[in-house]
Design a protein around this ligand. Structure first.
Ligand code: DGY
Length: 319
């Protein structure tokens, strides 16, 4: 019996690739080169299933290729803003993602960025490496303590809640949150806000946990409404923030600092942000632990196996 052919766009953890190879005829990417448009088109034409990552744009043209063979796109990632879901639905292509398994790793990184921003870690480490450290100084490089401060969570889904739990129970922060739909109760204290504006005005640190690909929630106007001296952390998607307005607010000192793991046009990072000392910039590593990336890959494989076995899909997107 011929085995379904799966095209994998990037190198995956060894255990995941081994499992794929056991079950499928698999086209891997041992060199880990990002796929070209032509490469993705060829994959859509020659494979039964595609396993892309969140950096691969699976747009309407790809999904509407007249000789497309792919019937399932098993995204390596919980966010699916890289995939045109309406076009997939119209074309009858199944889309799956990898929720839950990356919640803790991403919340850990959000907490790390909260600490990095408020304790000025990037700025002070850079000074030390430059040789600008003259020894301990009682008033040198003071940051902001977290205890009793308000963390504003924008988007109280799985990762928002996991971040809030860490901040409340581990660091003694007060939690305020805004979520489009009613949510809770939680196993930590948290106060809902009626609007994004109210949340931004109240929070000493704002952490973003919203999907990308929609209207931008953190506009220049809303950034201007953040509390003076506040911090912003983004482990969600770069396009949820007006990056130019954020850079201006950080440069003027209206915002004290930021920690960003995601950018609107990855891997491009706006030069205005690169030039600022008071922002920690990371290359989209929220889920980047071996354990988590392996679990993400295994869940993508679970989805592929279920699809080709005609079984219920563990994590289908939409429906
Ligand atoms: C996701 O899964 O959406 C993350 O951004 C990458 O792990």
């Amino acid at each position: 019996m011929t085995r379904p052919r799966i095209h994998v766009t990037r190198r995956l953890p060894e255990a995941v690739e081994a499992r794929l190879a056991e079950r499928f005829e698999v086209a891997l990417n041992p060199g880990d080169t990002p796929p070209t448009r032509a490469g993705l088109e060829a994959a859509m034409r020659t494979a039964d299933g595609l396993l892309p990552c969140v950096a691969d744009r699976i747009d309407a043209d790809l999904l509407a290729l007249p000789d497309r063979r792919v019937r399932i796109v098993a995204n390596f990632g919980v966010g699916v803003n890289n995939i045109d879901l309406a076009a997939a639905e119209a074309a009858g292509v199944v889309v799956t993602n990898t929720p839950d398994v990356l919640t803790d790793a991403t919340a850990d990184l959000a907490m790390a960025l909260i600490l990095a921003a408020t304790r000025r870690m990037s700025e002070t480490e850079a000074a030390l490496r430059r040789g600008d450290w003259r020894g301990f100084a009682p008033t040198g490089w003071l940051g902001m303590g977290l205890q009793g401060k308000t963390l504003g969570i924008l988007g109280m889904g799985r990762i928002g809640q996991a971040t809030a739990r860490r901040a409340a129970l581990g660091f003694g922060m007060r939690i305020a949150y805004f979520n489009r739909s009613a949510t809770g109760p939680f196993d930590f204290p948290a106060e809902p806000c009626d609007s994004i504006e109210a949340l931004l005005a109240a929070a000493d640190v704002v952490s973003l946990h919203l999907p990308g690909g929609g209207p931008r929630p953190l506009t220049a106007e809303r950034i201007a409404g953040m509390k003076r001296g506040a911090y912003l952390v983004n482990t969600a998607r770069g396009d949820v923030v007006d990056e130019a307005a954020l850079a201006e607010a950080l440069a003027s000192g209206r915002l004290a600092g930021a920690g960003l793991d995601v950018f609107a046009e990855e891997p491009k990072v706006p030069p205005a942000l690169l030039a600022l000392p008071n922002v920690t910039l990371l290359p989209h590593i929220g889920s980047a632990t071996l354990e988590t990336r392996t679990a993400m890959g295994m869940l993508a494989v679970d989805n592929l196996v279920a699809h080709f076995d005609g079984a219920p899909l563990p994590s289908r997107v939409g429906r």
